[in-house]
Design a protein around this ligand. Structure first.
Ligand SMILES: NC(=O)c1ccc[n+]([C@@H]2O[C@H](COP(=O)([O-])OP(=O)(O)OC[C@H]3O[C@@H](n4cnc5c(N)ncnc54)[C@H](O)[C@@H]3O)[C@@H](O)[C@H]2O)c1
Length: 449
């Protein structure tokens, strides 16, 4: 089978976001193959349609907070570009474009379809090719999407037939889900086992060896693209449902005056209890991926009751919190014009700048709609983007001389690690009222989810 040379191939990473950029850097970092210790000489193209992103990266700046030093070091080994012509010489395409949902919670496939079209056009067989191209999808999709949607688009735009049995001018696909956790310094790209798959046994082995050449944690090869796609999506669905369960329990326990945290600690003393904490689910993964599977299941007429229930509970949590806040405020008897709320953290999770699908953004919007004054502090997010796209003014730090009616401690960003009950108390009006979503603050009048 005519496949590109493993250690001397040229690679394009398509889409340089939270997933694509660290991946391109990890590939560039590896100078010798982990398996064979052979020298690696791979050309790497970092491709993104967003020219402002490319310009920033070429200046060594990453809006998602990879250090400037790390990026500048890679400018010799990664060519950051939006020039489609550079893709014509590439052997391996790795697709890391967004797979969001639309306003009806259906998969929005525009980016992955566009990327597939672009790849198809780039691999169009003009001359006889030295080796056949491999396209690896890493974007999260429902099982079947790569072969049912992306492959036909590449075939149409390249004039080639996928996985042609005689191997003459064909192309091959694979799928290897990304499992990184932005903001998490322990679980980084090369410390997480990479699930790999390919359209036939030889391609699957090539893709597996490729990732094993630079992922220190190793790989796990599965028998089909569909299995790899499904494995990723259920990892996030499992978290979504488990968090939804504890969220539902915590809402119930509050009504019957039981401390959820104490219950969870007690239950956790059993060997097979899995401890999850109540919390807000947002971002580009856990709050989105379940909809990809429910969409697929609807398509084939299967009703996924539990997955959908988990989504609706977790989507409701910002409203629940909002009602809790109104409830607490009503007990304070403060004049509506005097009320001011401090929200610490607005991104979708701690130590992450991503505001997509953040329940804290939705909570802030609800508070504003009610004409209540809110001060939002978040040192991680892009404040210009928050103002322009969401109309939310975000501060870097807590204003010194202000006193607040309620403090919502939303996220445990590293910049907030110094904040204790006593310190927060200094920003509170007469009686401290803290809603702590991080479970880190202990003191009187601290309320947990
Ligand atoms: N963010 C995460 O934590 C995470 C973790 C695991 C998996 N994923 C999955 O990885 C995929 C990418 O997510 P992300 O968070 O990195 O997205 P992102 O929005 O941070 O980045 C995507 C990049 O792709 C670019 N892009 C869009 N269409 C393009 C095209 N046709 N050609 C070239 N570039 C294009 C965008 O300009 C953007 O820079 C998604 O499917 C997501 O579900 C994300």
């Amino acid at each position: 089978m005519n496949l590109p040379p493993l250690n001397k191939c040229s690679i394009a990473v398509i889409g340089l976001g939270y997933v694509g950029l660290p991946l391109a850097i990890a590939i560039a970092n590896q100078k010798r193959c982990i398996l064979s210790n052979k020298k690696i000489q791979r050309n790497i193209v970092g491709f993104d349609l967003d020219i402002s992103r490319i310009n920033e990266l070429n200046k060594g700046f990453d809006r998602n907070k990879i250090s400037s030093k790390n990026i500048k070091n890679k400018l010799e080994s990664i060519e950051f570009t939006n020039d489609k012509n550079l893709l014509k010489k590439v052997d391996i395409f790795i697709v890391t474009v967004p797979t969001p949902i639309d306003e009806k919670n259906n998969p929005n496939l525009i980016f992955i379809k566009e990327a597939s079209k672009l790849i198809g056009e780039s691999i169009r067989a003009l001359d006889k090719q030295k080796s056949n191209k491999i396209i690896i999808y890493e974007s999260t999709v429902y099982p079947g999407l790569t072969e049912e949607i992306c492959v036909p688009i590449i075939e149409k735009n390249s004039g080639l037939i996928h996985n042609h049995p005689k191997n003459e001018s064909t192309f091959f696909c694979g799928y290897s889900p990304e499992r990184i956790n932005p903001g998490d310094r322990t679980h980084t790209i090369d410390t997480i086992i990479k699930v790999t798959s390919g359209c036939n046994e030889d391609v699957a082995s090539w893709i597996d060896e490729f990732y094993a050449s630079f992922i220190k944690a190793g790989t796990h090869k599965v028998s089909s693209i569909k299995v790899a796609e499904a494995s990723k999506i259920i990892e996030n669905i499992q978290r979504d449902i488990n968090i939804a369960l504890v969220n539902e329990l915590s809402m119930l326990f509050k009504k019957i005056d039981i401390d959820t945290n104490e219950v969870l600690q007690a239950a956790n003393t059993k060997w097979n209890f899995h401890k999850y904490s109540p919390g807000l689910v947002g971002g580009h993964c856990i709050g989105v991926d379940p909809y990809y599977l429910t969409f697929k299941s609807q398509e084939i007429g299967f009703d996924t009751k539990l997955i959908s229930a988990g989504r609706s509970i977790n989507n409701y949590m910002h409203e629940y919190l909002f009602h809790e806040i109104l409830n607490l405020l009503s007990k304070q008897n403060e004049d509506q014009n005097e009320i001011n709320i401090l929200l610490l953290g607005i991104s979708y999770k701690s130590n992450c700048s991503d505001m997509r699908n953040s329940q804290l953004v939705l909570l802030a919007e609800k508070i504003k709609q009610k004409d209540l004054e809110i001060t939002i502090v978040d040192p991680k997010v892009d404040r210009k983007k928050a103002l322009e796209e969401l109309g939310l003014k975000i501060l870097l730090g807590i204003p010194k001389n202000e006193k607040y009616s309620i403090i919502i401690f939303g996220l445990y960003h590293e910049e907030f690690e110094q904040l204790s009950y006593e310190k927060l108390n200094k920003s509170a009006k007469n009686k401290t009222l803290i809603i702590d979503l991080t479970n880190k603050i202990i003191g009187e009048n601290v309320i947990y989810l």
